[in-house]
Design a protein. Structure first.
Length: 497
């Protein structure tokens, strides 16, 4: 009898385990169906984790994209096959490095398959981004993530942006990754994963650069530090701005809730405010502290810095953007419309080492459009300060008359010999549209010559349209193998957004 009871208990436990596994798998299947498993247009978020950090960041990445309404599937990199990648249109990889440049244990099999992949294997239909985690105290910093990026490029996958390297969980690099996610999804309202610690700056100058333009207004802004000593920065670095709502936006929100409190209004300017009636009603009647506790802080906005510390101010080029309902963009509205000259601005400088200047005097080719000129302008100022004259600028906008930002300065650099070559693409100045990628094709022979002489290529501007067009033109002129080699050597760098 004892043995019968024991067998019955064991059988019951076995049945319980089987039912639990079946239930778990059904739950997974429901979730996968809900979030796009099996759909070619679903974003693949793949992670290679040793200590759990990469998996956690992949999870945050997945949730960010899902909140934007995108179909997403997440999987360990070790479970991904070449066929999976060939059936995927967009993939984001979060990859740690362990030991001296090795793949995490769970991704070792994938690394072996990378090494055995036939040279002719193609991933041409795949667009991708890589978040590479590492520790600069090790010689092979971020080696596996960078090797993964190189492997994808060698097999014709198209990078959305340069690999983002994260040193010991650096919060600034992770905000850069989050920014790229917002560009991909078109959803920029997610709270920062790690809020920046801002410094205090003053808006010293705001000047409209394109009066009469067919495009949206573009402003040149100069900011000076209120906290001393001021942080240093290099060409290529980023300014992270803590935006605030304009007074009208806050006032409309408070009127909808029947609130009259000047101190509360000042605080609300830094929080995300619901615009739907249901969201507002949920806040009605709450005391100020409780109301603020229900709201998320406004996320930062990032801008390429257009100046050097020795210029005496941190300068930006900001185009006024608009939200789907017509309201001004959060960051551009704050900097371009709402903040008054002399007003305090919350700002943090973030190092962007992937877009820092070349370490030597090699020739430099700078390509960009629109407000992407900001990052290129800082590089040109650095080159002039260093006495380096072998510079080539390719810049595009709508019309020369209205949109040649800092044209007098650029023309002066050319006249003084600081720009060996200048190519301008003003798309609306002739019947046929002309863009920077067209100028690169026209100058194919000289482009190949400069690259043969060791030139680096830096691209700054819009991810949508310009970046892909320039990449296609460079691949056409230089060849895919050369472009991949330039990227691996750090001679082809992009700051696109």
């Amino acid at each position: 009898m004892r043995y019968f009871v024991a067998a019955l208990v064991a059988l019951s436990y076995l049945v319980f385990c089987v039912l639990t596994v079946v239930k778990h798998r059904r739950t997974q299947q429901r979730q996968q169906a809900q979030w796009g498993e099996g759909r070619r247009d679903a974003v693949l978020v793949a992670f290679a984790s040793q200590t759990g950090m990469a998996e956690q960041l992949a999870l945050q990445t997945m949730h960010s994209l899902r909140r934007a309404g995108m179909a997403v599937r997440m999987a360990p990199l070790g479970d991904i096959t070449e066929a999976d990648l060939q059936a995927t249109q967009l993939a984001l990889f979060v990859a740690s490095t362990t030991g001296e440049g090795d793949a995490p244990d769970a991704a070792a099999g994938f690394a072996q398959r990378m090494a055995r992949t036939a040279p002719e294997a193609s991933l041409a239909g795949l667009r991708f981004g890589v978040l590479a985690l590492g520790d600069r105290s090790y010689q092979q910093y971020c080696a596996f993530g960078l090797a993964l990026q190189a492997w994808l490029r060698r097999h014709h996958a198209q990078p959305l942006f340069d690999a983002i390297e994260v040193d010991n969980g650096d919060a600034g690099a992770l905000r850069h990754w989050q920014h790229q996610l917002s560009v991909l999804s078109g959803h920029s309202d997610d709270a920062d994963w790690s809020a920046p610690t801002y410094g205090r700056w003053r808006l010293a100058q705001r000047r409209l650069l394109n009066p009469g333009s067919l495009g949206d207004p573009v402003f040149h802004l100069a900011l000076t530090p209120l906290d001393l000593p001021a942080p240093a920065w290099q060409a290529g670095d980023i300014a992270e701005i803590g935006p605030r709502h304009g007074a009208g936006e806050v006032q409309r929100f408070m009127q909808a809730l029947g609130l009259q409190d000047a101190a509360l209004a000042e605080a609300l300017a830094g929080y995300q405010l619901p615009h739907d009636s249901a969201g507002r009603e949920a806040l009605r009647g709450l005391p100020p502290a409780s109301l603020l506790a229900q709201l998320q802080p406004l996320p930062h906005r990032a801008y390429s810095i257009a100046s050097l510390p020795q210029d005496g101010a941190l300068e930006l080029l900001v185009r006024l953007m608009h939200q789907p309902d017509g309201r001004p963009g959060l960051g551009s509205g704050w900097l371009g419309l709402h903040a008054e000259q002399g007003q305090e601005i919350a700002l943090r400088v973030r190092s962007n080492s992937a877009f820092h200047p070349p370490a030597d005097e090699r020739p430099l080719i700078l390509v960009g459009n629109g407000t992407g000129l900001a990052g290129l302008r800082a590089h040109l100022r650095a080159r002039v300060a260093a006495g380096q004259r072998r510079n080539w600028l390719v810049f595009g906008e709508r019309s020369r008359q209205h949109d040649y930002f800092h044209g007098d300065e650029i023309d002066a650099w050319q006249a003084q010999g600081w720009l060996e070559r200048l190519d301008l693409a003003f798309s609306r100045d002739q019947a046929e549209r002309v863009y920077v990628q067209d100028k690169l094709r026209e100058a194919a022979d000289e482009l190949r010559t400069w690259v043969g002489q060791g030139a680096s290529l830096y691209v700054c501007g819009s991810l949508q349209g310009m970046a892909a067009g320039v990449a296609a033109a460079l691949e056409e002129v230089l060849g895919e193998a050369t472009l991949i080699a330039l990227a691996e050597q750090g001679r082809y760098r992009r700051d696109v957004y």
